[in-house]
Each structure stands twice: as structure tokens, then as C-alpha cells.
Design a protein around this ligand. Structure first.
Ligand code: SIN
Ligand code: FE
Length: 304
């Protein structure tokens, strides 16, 4: 089932060498079409290469036992998930901010139609090795899944993520990429229970979610869990292995691209959110796909 040759159909290549590049209208069209159709945009010559002083700090973050994620909230500038203190913590935040800014510039140049609506969310640095990491199935990102987060409902907004492999030592970041979202959702949706009336209201009131969970968020979480908990699916589902060497970058809509991160360390990631209406083709969004499957409105304000 591991079909490396099929990688060309899940990946769209860009020869870009500079985070501040501009793109011709043809390239912009190729990028938005590929992205919205659920492909991974891959930039084999686009390096995020921190300087030696930054590398020292990144190495320290890697030493933080059991921490898989350092995060930077661009709204507050605060860094979480590291034992680094004071000046070191501020410098670590500055490297992450530098990556976030570059990712933002790239996304702005590649998708001008998104520019006025896209929102930059958290930046993360993922220092530790993934391979061999133990976790429960639900939390195991080595298993195929679409992204959906229990405490952060999106109401249907897209999750676009930009990644860069900054490993200093040739270590590739290895992903599996699965089948198209609609095929996956059609297989699992009939097995999922509907949202319970009142549940989203109570969870929000109790502070368990940051905003009220829509029916869309309910189904996306159930799809995330159902895929990870289904050993047969994990064994047999179509997939392609894609490896991202150090010095490369890639991006995709992780709410519709089935993905699993199998191995690698020292990656940076920047999350963006986009309202469905800002897409070139909103009918390709997971929100609209799930609405077609259920025959109901599921987005923000809809409770099931
Ligand atoms: C994930 O979103 O499942 C992890 C991706 C990665 O860190 O490479
Ligand atoms: Fe994920």
C-alpha cells in the first residue's frame, strides 16, 4: 500500500527559493487550485535556517523532556511549552516569530485572494523526534487523521498550515498522506452519532471550549477520532509516503488532507485560519462536503 510513486499526485512542486518571493498569476492559480483540492504544496528549495545562536536555543528546547510543542501566540507574543527563561525564552520567541512572519509573507504572495481574510494563529516549534513516541491512539499523530481540536472549534473555518524542516543533521520529516477527504468522510459519517442537544452550550459555559462548538466541529472531532481508533483503516487505507528533507518547506489544509507524521524532529509550523467564503471554490471545503453528506447546515451557529 505504501506507494511512493503516487507522491507526485499528492504533492504540487514549487521551485521558490525565497520566503519573500512574488508569484506570477499562473503560479498563484496553480497554487490555490492544488491547495483547495487537497494537495500538499512542496517547496524543496525553501529553507528556514536559523543562525547558530538560534540553533543553540532550539537545541535547549529539544532537551525539554516530554514536551513535543513550543508555541508562540502572535496576539500576545507569549511563548509556551519550554523551560527556557528570560532572555533565552525571548530569543526563542523571536526565532519563532521570524518563521511565522516568513510563512505569512509566503501565504500572502501565493494566495492574494486570501490576503484580507486570512488570520495568523499560533506558531509552533516541534523539536523532539516523533518516531517511537508513545501516546494514546487519540493523541497519536503517527496515525492518519484530519486536524480538529477539542478546545478550539473553528465553526467551519479552514486550517492552513505551513511547515519547515530545520533539522541540522539530514533527518527527514516523514508523512503519510491518505485518501481524498470526501471519500474518507463518506466512509465514516454513517457510523458517527449526531451532536447531543445542549452539549455545545454546556461545554462552552463550563469553559471546556473557547467558543461554542458547532455541529461541524462535532463531526470533525468524531472523524479525527474514528480514523485514529480504527486499526483496520490505519492498516488498509490508501496512503502515500512523502518525505520532507531538511531545508524544505510545505503547506496544506490539514483539516482535509489525511496525514500522519511518522518521523522527524526540529520542525516549525505556522497555522492560519480562513473563512470558507474566502476560498476560490468554497464547495471544496470540509464544511460544505459534510453539509452535502448530511443534508444539513453545520457551520457556526448550527447545532446539528
Ligand atoms: C500533525 O499535524 O499531525 C503533525 C504534523 C507534523 O508535525 O509534521
Ligand atoms: Fe495533524
Amino acid at each position: 500500500m505504501e506507494d511512493v510513486a503516487r507522491a507526485t499526485s499528492v504533492v504540487e512542486l514549487f521551485e521558490t527559493r525565497d520566503w519573500e518571493s512574488s508569484f506570477s498569476p499562473d503560479k498563484q492559480m496553480r497554487a490555490v487550485t492544488a491547495l483547495e483540492r487537497g494537495r500538499v504544496l512542496f517547496f524543496p528549495h525553501l529553507a528556514f535556517d536559523p543562525d547558530p545562536e538560534a540553533r543553540r536555543l532550539l537545541g535547549m528546547a529539544a532537551g525539554d523532556e516530554g514536551r513535543k510543542n513550543v508555541s508562540l501566540d502572535p496576539a500576545t507574543g507569549r511563548v509556551h511549552g519550554t523551560s527556557a527563561q528570560d532572555l533565552d525564552k525571548a530569543r526563542l520567541g523571536a526565532v519563532m516569530e521570524q518563521f511565522g512572519g516568513r510563512a505569512h509573507a509566503l501565504v500572502g504572495a501565493l494566495f492574494p485572494r486570501y490576503a484580507s481574510r486570512i488570520e495568523r494563529a499560533r506558531t509552533s516549534f516541534r523539536p523532539s523526534e516523533i518516531a517511537g513516541r508513545a501516546s494514546t491512539a487519540r493523541h497519536d499523530d503517527k496515525l492518519l487523521h484530519v486536524d480538529a481540536f477539542p478546545t478550539r472549534p473553528t465553526g467551519g473555518r479552514r486550517i492552513l498550515r505551513v511547515f519547515a524542516n530545520a533539522a541540522p543533521d539530514g533527518v527527514e520529516r516523514v508523512w503519510r498522506v491518505g485518501e481524498p477527504f470526501e471519500a474518507f468522510a463518506r466512509g465514516f459519517m454513517p457510523k458517527l452519532r449526531r451532536p447531543l442537544p445542549g452539549q455545545a452550550y454546556v461545554m462552552h459555559k463550563l469553559g471546556l471550549t473557547k467558543t461554542r462548538r458547532s455541529a461541524y466541529d462535532h463531526y470533525m472531532l468524531r472523524l479525527h477520532d474514528a480514523a485514529k481508533l480504527d486499526a483496520g483503516y490505519q492498516r488498509d487505507a490508501p496512503r502515500t509516503v512523502v518525505s520532507f528533507p531538511p531545508g524544505t518547506a510545505w503547506m496544506c489544509y490539514t483539516d482535509c488532507v489525511l496525514h500522519a507524521a511518522l518521523a522527524g524532529r526540529f520542525a516549525f509550523e505556522q497555522t492560519f485560519h480562513l473563512p470558507v467564503e474566502a476560498m476560490a471554490d468554497p464547495t471544496l471545503s470540509p464544511l460544505r462536503v459534510l453539509e452535502r453528506i448530511t443534508g444539513r447546515k453545520l457551520g457556526e451557529g448550527a447545532s446539528g
